[in-house]
Design a protein around this ligand. Sequence first.
Ligand code: DQA
Length: 138
Amino acid sequence: MKILVLNGPNLNLLGKREPEIYGSASFEDCFSGLKEKFDTVELEYFQSNYEGALIDKLHEVGFSYDGIVLNAGAYTHTSVAIADAIKGIKTPVVEVHISNVHQREEFRHKSFLSAVCTGVILGFGLKSYELAIQSFVD
Ligand code: DQA
């Protein structure tokens, strides 16, 4: 089973960025833990701060991988283009957020992606990624 974990803008700063919201662990550490936990899954990680690069990656893997775990960061709340890319591919996508966006500013309550994703997991810190991968394994 092949799963891509795809992170959007500013998620390269995890561990340094607003630790009171996103925690103090880097995503690289989190990803090592995920690879250990899901050692029978082929897990790949890609991060970009550019909307087009995220769309290119969705197109690249979206007809052959078994699942995509997507934290599109702030593009979640703005990007019709990422929603269209998800609609256009075959691989199911689970939307993930580290924080509970519904407890935060109003503009974070709207997601352009939720309606075109298989499911949404949010608010469990970095464990949200693990729960999303688990949903594909199950
Ligand atoms: C986030 C929530 C978004 O609103 C924010 O822009 C992020 C991270 C999260 O994981 O909680 O960059 O997607």
